[in-house]
Ligand binder design. Structure first.
Ligand code: PLP
Length: 412
């Protein structure tokens, strides 16, 4: 009996996505014990205090007002022109870098990560990622025969570990002469960290120093999937991508999943920033070719909605107001979790913005299993536990740290 038909490169372990698996278990517990008795902190989606998924009214009213043809029609391969303009405005706001900038539509931020990784590395190359990281960076790299190496995200003072970034960046670049380095900020998944403007300066200094060698090709992928849930000030760093050396290309991965509550609609953009017009054009055509080859074109209705909201001042204001309400809700939950952690002596990583808070621990799986017995569901990672404040009401954010601390102490 044969047990495999797939080509060698397409055979992977038979395992389902761990996060979605735990989320399903949490849902089972909710059915069995009632939602008031379960803390479901698994998925990275914004849930209100009733346990319902937040779906922005401003977004879905707009979608439902569209003529069917605006939803049903094919979109252009690179994306609708109005969307490509709107997405740049929404992403950069008043901090647009002084550079040649080209955007291409992608299915979510995931598509932009795919384009950065595949189109800017050679087969067998290694991509640089932080040790606390969003797993699909590794999944995408593996899919295409690329590897990942990790820099330490934090130093002993719980600041961005610029030394570790520099060391790994230079080692890989010297070896490969081209490097895709990934920084997920602001509102990093899974820690909620955002680089300060000074930390961004240090990153850019390292890139510029290494760009002096004209042979080097430096590609920085900046994943801003959660930027719309950080303060506008957190966009300031974009300006720093002005007038960079020509052998540095910055690719920003923008997503409508969180900022517009369009998770399942699969829409985002890859935005290339270069001081060289040719390089920006090359980026555009490279990504457009990849679109055609992989998914042809993206979600026409999602693009239409986003462009209409961004271009109409009244609609934009209403959207901003709705989002601000939920940002406040998120902030209060995170503050409650941070404060309660301090009170019970639970060590957490520095949280600044966004959907998640992380707890370093060496036996995350055991702790997570233990907490499941008490109906607290969170995500075990290699380096610790991820708690999704986006999914948990404030009162439960207050009690969760004590439960986590107790479970960790009981296993030590
Ligand atoms: C760090 C990070 N990057 C990118 C994404 C992109 O998600 P999507 O493809 O749904 O836009 C996510 C979503 O979970 C994420 O957490």
């Amino acid at each position: 009996m044969i047990n495999s038909m797939a080509a060698n490169h397409a055979v992977w372990p038979k395992e389902d996505d761990a996060i979605f698996g735990l989320a399903a278990k949490a849902q089972e517990a909710i059915k069995k014990y009632g939602k008031e008795n379960v803390i479901d902190s698994t998925l990275g989606a914004l849930v209100d205090d009733n346990g319902d998924l937040v779906c922005f009214k401003t977004v879905y009213d707009e979608l439902k007002s569209l003529p069917n043809a605006k939803i049903a029609a094919y979109a252009l391969v690179a994306g609708q022109p109005e969307f490509l303009e709107a997405v740049q405005e929404a992403c950069f706001r008043e901090y647009r870098p002084d550079a040649y900038i080209k955007a291409v539509a992608t299915p979510g931020g995931t598509g932009s990560a795919r384009h950065a990784i595949y189109n800017y590395t050679n087969p067998g190359d290694t991509v640089l990622v932080s040790d606390w990281y969003w797993k699909p960076y590794a999944t995408i790299s593996e899919e295409y025969g690329r590897k990942v190496t990790f820099y330490k995200l934090f130093n002993d003072k719980n600041e961005f570990n610029i030394e570790s970034f520099k060391e790994n960046f230079e080692t890989l670049l010297n070896k490969q002469k081209r490097l895709v380095a990934i920084i997920n900020s602001p509102a990093h998944n899974p820690t909620g960290y955002s680089l300060s403007d000074e930390e961004w300066d240090q990153v850019i200094d390292i890139m510029k120093e290494n760009a002096k060698n004209q042979e080097n090709r430096i590609i920085l992928f900046v994943d801003v999937a959660y930027i719309d849930f950080a303060d506008n000030e957190r966009r300031k760093f974009f300006k720093k991508f002005s007038n960079l050396p020509e052998n540095i290309l910055v690719i920003v991965g923008y997503s409508l999943s969180k900022g517009y509550t369009m998770y399942g609609m699969r829409q985002g953009a890859a935005i290339g920033i270069s001081s060289n017009k040719e390089i920006a054009e090359e980026f555009y055509y490279s990504c457009a070719h990849s679109n055609r080859a992989n998914w042809s074109n993206c979600n026409r209705g999602a693009m239409e909605v986003m462009a209409r909201i961004t271009k109409d001042p009244d609609k934009f204001k209403a959207y901003e107001e709705e989002k601000a309400k939920y940002r406040t809700m998120l902030k209060r939950r995170a503050e409650a979790f941070v404060k309660a952690s301090e009170e019970v002596g639970l060590e957490i990583l520095p949280y600044r913005d966004g959907f998640f808070i992380s707890i370093p621990c060496s036996n995350a799986k055991e702790v997570s299993d233990k907490l499941m017995e008490e109906n607290l569901f969170l995500i075990p990672l290699k380096l610790g536990l991820r708690f999704a404040v986006c999914a948990v009401p404030e009162d439960k954010c207050k009690i969760a740290p004590a439960m986590i601390k107790k479970a960790m102490d009981s296993i030590k």
